[in-house]
Design a protein around this ligand. Sequence first.
Ligand SMILES: Nc1nc2c(ncn2[C@@H]2O[C@H](COP(=O)(O)OP(=O)(O)O)[C@@H](O)[C@H]2O)c(=O)[nH]1
Ligand SMILES: [Mg+2]
Length: 429
Amino acid sequence: MATPNGPTFQEISETLRRLEELLGRVPAPLARDIRQKLTRLRALLLEQRSPNLVLVGRRGAGKSSLINAFFGARVAEVGHVKAQTGSGRWFDVQGELGTLSILDTRGIQEGSRPEEADEAETPLDSILAEVRRKAPDALLFLIKATEVDSAIDADLDVLARIVSAVDQAHGLRPPLIGVATHCDLLEPKRTDLHLPEAQDPTELQEKLRHVEAVERQLREKLRSREELRGGLVTVMGVSTYLSWRPDGTIRSDERWRLSELAQVLFRELPEQGRLVLARVTRVRALQEELATTLTHTMASLCMGVAVVPIPIADIIPITSAQLGLVAGIGWISGRQLDLKASGEFLTALGVNVGAAFALREAARGLIKFVFPGAGNVVSGAVAFAGTLAIGTAARAYFLRGVSAEEAHRLYVAIRSSAEAHPDQALTEG
Ligand SMILES: Nc1nc2c(ncn2[C@@H]2O[C@H](COP(=O)(O)OP(=O)(O)O)[C@@H](O)[C@H]2O)c(=O)[nH]1
Ligand SMILES: [Mg+2]
């Protein structure tokens, strides 16, 4: 299976290691560039881990609902009457495609002692201990849109204490995102934000103005604190409303701006946490961005490796890198592709995984013979264009669901245009 620890990823890791070995034979400036690409690929693919997110907000602010809204599944319990798990520990919320590590500050600002609270420490103490133990990748401050104008000083105090605990323990200021939840309940109440085309435009405009006013207010409050100002990324109004049938399926989906929020969060995460967020939330734009990054990085890497002046030896790692690229894009899309399946995809594109490369090698040998010194440049362009075309076709097939024929057409078109104009290829979609 293609779990991050499975054989496919071991294979990718092995390929990257072999590519790195070739670097000894590469001129220094090029080797540095290739090494950077290897580091990036490792971070994205091989060192992927769950993002660590701290959710701060009163009971009922919508912390559990936000988690469910990210997953599009009922993974967290919503609307508990009592404050539970008051001791506030990092916990893994597991979905079908991945896990988020969450520290939910429920119970902090509440008078009643939560059931499981440790006698010796207050809920805030244990939250602070937890963020010292494991650094958050981001803080999300949640408040109901209808309560932004109420006194939230106590909530901001908690937030500020968390920020300084993280700073003291880890020497970093985690990014902070202000989230105004329940925007669907702003006036006019019956105007549906999640179905903008079906609304009276005037009423929709009015509602959006109310959302903006709430965002402005929340931004001012967060910015009024010295300790919070520096880390504040943005403030967003959202609705996380999802209604479930008793069997756990979705009855109605009124989520609004959740993918925008996921995109903001994505930018703030370290590269190691990005793939998991893209898989969990299934936000297409994030999957596309990651697949594109992977493709461009792998294509440049293969070009660099092809320039290494050793015949044949480059072919094996380049083919492996291309198989790894397909498996990686499959993984981003939520699939589990092993290398055999990736090879089948390449075959369907018309890439003959074995013979095609042997033929190309022969052609390259000829070029070297005819134009001494030009051969490596051409082989670099060929490796680059082939890899770029494979990644682009895989993106279209696995993320956009185009047919195998269409993926094949795309592969052929991209490969020839990238071979002709490699300098333009990276800037095109
Ligand atoms: N209409 C609406 N209801 C929401 C929204 N977010 C949460 N809720 C509801 O608010 C209540 C409290 O939400 P919950 O996620 O349990 O809050 P938590 O205590 O912060 O975890 C639940 O009844 C949710 O269904 C939202 O964006 N819109
Ligand atoms: Mg909750």
